[in-house]
Design a protein around this ligand. Sequence first.
Ligand code: IMP
Length: 424
Amino acid sequence: MPTAIIVGSQWGDEGKGKFVDYFAKNTDAVVRFQGGANAGHTLIVNGKKIVLHLIPSGILHDKTQCFIGSGVVIDLFELKNEMEMVKAAGYSIAPERFKIAGQATLVLPFHRELDAARESKHHLGTTKRGIGPAYEDRASRRALLFQDLFSPQLKERLQLLAEEKNSLFEHLYNIPKINIDALYKKLIDIAEYFRPYLMENMSYVLNTWAKEKKNILFEGAQGTLLDIMHGSYPFVTSSSTISTSACLSTGLAPQQVNKVIGIAKAYCTRVGEGPFPTELKNEVGEHLRKEGAEFGATTGRPRRCGWLDLVALKYSVRVNGITSLVLTKLDVLNSFETIKICTHYKINGQETDAFSTSSSLMVEPIYKELKGWNSRINDCRKMDDLPREAREYVQFIEREVGVPIDVVSVGPDRVESIGMTSLF
Ligand code: IMP
């Protein structure tokens, strides 16, 4: 059963894209399973940067098939631009190797407008990419699916969806109504571009391939603490970001899952609103932001920064069933005399290492202070090359969370990595 799921184990932006690309080399397929163009997966290969929002991060390996699963919400206009960008960068996006599940949900332009209108009334810090409104429509059974683009009922289904929105736009949000005819025409025009990419039987293909022992990598977006069910609700995204979502969102049978790889940054960041116990609203946080270039790949927003939170990470290991971790951006900590790690929270005077997703809970982080290595580690390529303090930092995390750290990342490029090179 050579299947592995890669998930973000914090609040997103852990560096999943780099490691999906890194592990995709010997992989038959990479399947993106949830989220939409709210994600920004940055890949750097030979100094060249590519930012992907919807296309799986396996696309730079020409023998790897790339699939977008049913749980993803797709903005077709954005995806077309991304496909053209990938092609222009010299990579194949041919229908023989890139497929989209017919059951995936469409994000339409008015979903973005609704997301933005809601943000202006009630601020959650969303990416304004229409993600929440699109998932809402999916749950209300009015959404357009990717396969509807090719259906004779497209206009009828669009009307059903848009007419209700128009009433909301006019009476509640005071934003221009949807021109249904114009949008229908745009969808019909773009449908021809996408027709060769339709896959109607993704769960059949994935389960058959898993049984045939093909190597399949499932790529998550965002992070565990943004999960709609297990994150810090309501400050979450609108999909399930945890490992079980890979099955839910693609139709892979759970017993086919063989490994769950958690990507964790060596410190923490968060964009948008919501609780963040180890946040540093001071010059240390500024320093982390500057050293880590912590600005959103999708929105450009400055990310909130803080020390590594092991209470949150243990929770993530638990709810995802993480079998091993990849620790990213260790090099961002190069210039600290001392480094803090949160090992416990104090809640109502009581110490605990049990994470709570309650957004209203006031938690005080309790830290362990470790000596920093205060030197450049970016050229290290083996664990033994790392300074003793950096190795101790890694080992401390492993001991506390109880799973091995198989790879450490010491820079953004694919080659700036230490440890295991293949998952299968
Ligand atoms: P939405 O997913 O755009 O609805 O945003 C909901 C929350 O998830 C906001 O706090 C966003 O900043 C956050 N979010 C969404 N996508 C990402 C991501 O890829 N990385 C980090 N945070 C994200």
